[in-house]
Design a binder for this molecule. Structure first.
Ligand code: ADP
Ligand code: ASP
Ligand code: MG
Length: 600
């Protein structure tokens, strides 16, 4: 019999009436002929309340005890849900993570799933039960209770759907589906009918709280059909599928992380191994970093900045300070009170001017951009927190996301060019082959590594740190129809900002010409370029949140004395710019490191 997994979030099981409503959906699916597995979150604000309670007892609750405590929220829900199903005349049985056999690693409060045994669930389903599974929790090999990180019930649901080979995984929540941005912040936000795994993965990872980003990793890896639906009505929701259907719009959505912090290591030696040391330590502490920015070295020293979620700042600073000391850096500077706003969409791979448009709409509201990073399908800007809502609204209306098909005449299309190369390099067979070799369900999938030596880098330094600079620069370039690939704008130092970007080598002279006039207006600004660079792209799924991929990448490059000049990260690709002469060496070494066959 076909299996369906239905997941109900906290609001959707907040009280007895809602639990009854959820139970009747499960019963209806069962009566339609499905084997039904229901995954339930803790009721309402239960998890928040438990967190608060722990902090009333101690400032530093130990993670193991935190997991023991938080897992009780879901345990309460499953029992109540099973009772509600019984009342409706069907058989149901509730199970904790341990009882289902969700085995995780030992990282308390953000554990990853190693395996799930389906035997007990299959038997219970076969006997006619609706299986009610506690979301968000598992056990490690020593039977310690673990949790998967806030919002982790989505991941339990897609993981169960994957192992049970479910026909569909429905995520019931308190909104109509996936919107172009958080509808609570932007009332004009539009519900999308269908969104690709890649776009949803990026949006979720960049802050769209509607789905836990790791659940989308599962969905993509194991090809789970996912539908986000309202629990309170019969709305069709949003299908998350291999492809989106919005080929006409360049940008799909806007995501934001309100509480972001920036850490800068100042005055690092400009030599191979610096990034490796830093990333290995951050990875060991399981701290995912975003917006990694490295200064092009001046006078033999470089600065490296990166952002982390503000609640990870303390832990990240401990690591950063230790690394800075071991590398004899001059200083470590932390900036708080920041937010990260990102636009995501497949269309930007082939359209010029998306970055320019983003910077225009932000500058038009007088918002200063402190840091910029891009990847093949996203542009992120770091701004002051007080301007976060403004920036989200500006980006949303600037890309006309409230309309089903936007017509943005200023955004041009380059039909034969690609930012960062075509995205989905891995064929389905290749991915299936790699997935089959994984020894842990949440192991990372690195599916391909490529080198591109057809690009050049332009660096603009000594720029004033004022609103509108990035806008002016990229508007000038977009006006000439040049497709910009990686963009990195650094945190300003001494009131001066630096922007680096890459373009096809054949466009380099044109880009510099287009910039001449603009740069003349910034007294003291400097343009430098590197005609031949090597860009290495590591493709896969969940690469940023699995912190060890970056660490392995940098370690491997350092071991081969390869210096990293520019970096960008996304869940789908990690890109580094290195010297063109070392591109072949980097490729061979990285392919070996990540267990890929020799380059074909
Ligand atoms: P649940 O408890 O059902 O898991 P969550 O609170 O985790 O629900 O997720 C649903 C919430 O996500 C919505 O109420 C909405 O405010 C927020 N959200 C953020 N970004 C988006 C988006 N792009 N589309 C829809 N909802 C979003
Ligand atoms: N109850 C957990 C939380 O609030 C897990 C979840 O709801 O997905 O984060
Ligand atoms: Mg959620």
């Amino acid at each position: 019999m076909a299996v369906i997994v239905q997941k109900f979030g906290g609001t959707s099981v907040a009280n007895a009436e809602k639990i009854r409503g959820a139970a009747s959906r499960a019963v209806a699916a069962k009566r339609r002929g499905y084997d039904v597995v229901v995954v339930v979150s803790a009721r309402g604000h239960k998890t928040d309340d438990l967190v608060e309670l722990a902090h009333e007892i101690t400032k530093h609750p130990r993670p193991r005890e935190m997991d023991m405590l938080l897992s009780t929220g879901e345990q309460e829900s499953v029992a109540l849900m099973a009772m509600a199903v019984h009342e409706l005349g069907e058989e149901a049985i509730s199970l904790t993570g341990a009882q289902i056999g969700v085995l995780t690693d030992t990282t308390h409060t953000k554990a990853r799933i190693v395996s799930i045994s389906t035997k007990r669930m299959q038997e219970l389903l076969k006997a006619g039960n609706i299986v009610i599974a506690a979301g968000f929790q598992g056990v490690d090999a020593e039977m310690n209770i673990t949790t998967l990180g806030r919002g982790g019930s989505d991941t339990t649901a897609t993981a169960l759907a994957a192992v049970l080979n479910a026909e569909l995984c429905e995520i019931y929540t308190d909104v109509e589906g996936v919107f172009t941005t958080d509808p609570r912040l932007v009332p004009e936000a539009r519900k999308v009918e269908r969104i690709s795994y890649d776009e949803m993965l990026e949006l979720a990872s960049l802050g769209a709280g509607v789905m836990h980003s790791r659940s989308i990793e599962f969905a993509k890896k194991y090809r789970v059909q996912l539908r986000v639906r309202p629990a309170y009505s019969d709305g069709p929701g949003t299908l998350i599928a291999p492809e989106s259907d919005n080929a006409t719009s360049v940008v799909t959505g806007v995501a934001f992380v309100r509480n972001e912090a920036l850490i800068t290591l100042v005055g690092l030696p400009n030599q191979p191994g610096v990034m490796s040391t830093l990333f290995s330590s951050l990875s060991a502490a399981k701290i995912p970093v975003d917006m990694v920015v490295q200064n092009v070295a001046r006078e033999g020293t470089a600065n490296v900045s990166f952002t982390v979620a503000e609640d990870e700042l303390k832990a990240a600073l401990v690591v950063a300070k230790a690394t800075a000391a071991s590398l004899q850096a001059e200083d470590v500077v932390a900036t708080t009170g920041l937010s990260k706003v990102s636009v995501v969409g497949h269309g930007m791979q082939t359209h010029t001017g998306v970055a320019a448009r983003m910077f225009q709409v932000v500058a038009a509201r007088g918002i200063n951009i402190r840091v910029v990073t891009t990847s093949e399908i996203k542009i992120s800007v770091l701004i002051d927190r007080s301007r976060c809502n403004d920036a989200v609204q500006a980006a949303h209306s600037g890309f006309q996301l409230e309309k089903a098909t936007s017509s943005l005449p200023q955004v041009g299309c380059v039909s034969n060019g690609h930012r960062n190369g075509a995205i989905d390099a891995a064929s389905p067979e290749l991915t299936a082959d790699i997935v089959a070799r994984l020894d842990s369900m949440e192991s990372i999938v690195v599916s391909d590594i490529t080198a591109d030596t057809n690009q050049s880098r332009v660096t603009l330094s000594n720029l004033p740190d004022d609103p509108g600079i990035a806008e002016t620069v990229f508007t000038a370039i977009a006006a000439g129809g040049v497709l910009v690939d990686m963009i990195v704008q650094n945190a300003a130092r001494d009131g001066k900002a630096t922007i680096s970007f890459t373009v096809l080598r054949s466009d380099l002279d044109c880009a510099i010409l287009l910039l001449r006039e603009v740069m003349e207006t910034y007294v003291g600004s400097i343009v430098t370029s590197d005609r031949r660079i090597g860009k290495i792209a590591v493709s896969g799924i969940g690469l940023r949140s699995h912190t060890d991929v970056g660490a392995r990448l940098f370690r491997c490059l350092a071991a081969n004395s390869i210096n990293v000049e520019m970096i960008n990260t996304s869940e789908l690709k990690l890109c580094v710019v290195i010297s063109a002469d070392q591109a072949d060496l980097a490729m061979t070494q990285l392919r070996t490191e990540f267990g890929l066959h020799a380059n074909v």
